[in-house]
Design a protein around this ligand. Structure first.
Ligand SMILES: Nc1ncnc2c1ncn2[C@@H]1O[C@H](COP(=O)(O)OP(=O)(O)OP(=O)(O)O)[C@@H](O)[C@H]1O
Ligand SMILES: [Mg+2]
Length: 360
């Protein structure tokens, strides 16, 4: 699978961009603040409908304009056209010119994994970011998961709204609680089954790029006991006091430890960085295993930041991805691009919201 074409209108600093890409390695070169990361952001948006910078869609509209439009043609076994228009008043999402009714139809058409400086937040940031990592990967590979996740989020909002009322209606409360339990249990089960599948990939990737011999472990810690419904009943008073649902998969945690010490508190900066990259490498491998083809890799500046060991560790993944039908987009400034990747790459020059192919 690869991104064969992209079209941008009023996206960040791109007024108009229409460009075609081959499979293989695409190196985006350019000075600072020219639009390299913005292009990766647009590609990632087509894959996940989110910015990897963690910002809302409004920020991605070109300054002074009303809305942005991003379209991509994805070529795999067949060809699919993804289109996304966003403005404060209107959102339009289509797949092959048909309005998308369920996000799960759209998700997974373009599968992408991004490597960027924000990745460190998966280790350092709040549990929400780690849950999002799991939820994204599960959504990219399991159509039912995304639907369940959306329904869970919706009933959670409704239930929390009832808890905020002065005298919650007990019947309404019970109906929401039953629904919450039903979707919540499905999410927890899917996550619990996912951990033993992803863990060997993370451990392997970590070993490959770290020089230390420390033992990595990964653990899904749920707030939910066996009897979810019973526990919610038991916590009713506390819930009313806090006016929100206190247990459930929305409060669960994904924990990492090195030699049994939690990485977030005890890991060195280098260990955290290594683990963040290992997680992304594992994400790419997992997607390849489950779907049979490598995802598009979006690599923003990270090579420049990595030491020899970690760069070398990342290379096999890049090599594999740009063989066959895979595709890699990597941004670099002119000075720091990794020369060891000198073979078979297509160079692009990014300048002031424009892109030109180049042979040197
Ligand atoms: N909504 C927007 N509208 C117009 N321009 C924007 C918008 N958001 C960002 N920009 C501009 O885009 C440019 C930054 O683009 P980008 O982040 O892609 O740079 P880059 O080429 O990756 O640079 P670096 O090498 O520093 O990472 C800046 O000039 C910024 O002002
Ligand atoms: Mg950048």
């Amino acid at each position: 699978m690869h991104l064969a074409k992209i079209k941008l209108r009023d996206f960040r600093n791109y007024r108009r961009l229409d460009i075609a890409f081959e499979p293989g390695f695409q190196l985006l070169l350019g000075k600072n603040a020219q639009g390299k990361t913005n292009l990766l952001e647009a590609i990632y948006l087509l894959a996940t409908l989110r910015s990897f910078r963690g910002v809302g869609a409004a920020q991605m509209i070109r300054q002074g304009q009303k809305g942005f439009f991003v379209a991509g043609e994805v070529t795999g076994v067949h060809s699919d056209l993804l289109q996304y228009y966003w403005s404060a008043q209107e959102r339009k999402l289509t797949l092959n010119q048909n309005p998308v009714k369920r996000l799960s139809e759209f998700f997974g058409t373009l599968r992408a994994v991004v490597f960027c400086t924000e990745d460190l937040q998966i280790i350092k940031g709040s549990p929400r970011i780690r849950r999002r990592f799991m939820d994204l990967l599960l959504s990219q590979t399991d159509h039912a998961y995304l639907g369940t996740l959306q329904r869970y989020a919706k009933v959670l909002r409704s239930r929390n709204a009832v808890l905020k009322q002065h005298r919650p209606d007990q019947q309404v409360m019970e109906a929401f609680t039953r629904e919450l339990v039903s979707y919540g249990e499905r999410l927890i089960k899917a996550r619990q089954q996912f951990i033993p599948r992803i863990f060997p990939l993370v451990r392997h990737a970590y070993k490959r790029i770290s020089s230390g011999a420390e033992e990595l472990t990964m653990h899904y810690k749920t707030t939910v006991p066996k009897d979810f419904f019973g526990a919610l009943l038991k916590h009713r008073d506390r819930e009313q006091q806090y006016r929100s649902t206190l247990i459930g998969p929305h409060r669960d945690e994904l924990q990492f430890a090195l030699n049994e010490q939690p990485v977030a508190q005890f890991g060195s900066e280098g260990q955290k960085r290594t683990l963040a990259i290992a997680l992304k490498m594992a994400q790419a491998e997992y997607l390849t295993d489950v779907t049979g083809s490598p995802p598009v890799l979006l690599i923003d500046d990270v090579m420049g930041e990595l030491d020899e060991n970690r760069r070398r560790g990342l290379l096999p993944l890049l090599e594999r991805s740009h063989h066959g039908s895979g595709q890699v987009f990597m941004t670099c400034t002119e000075e720091n691009w990794p020369r060891e990747l000198g073979r078979n790459l297509k160079r692009w020059h990014v300048s002031d919201g424009g892109i030109q192919g180049s042979n040197k």
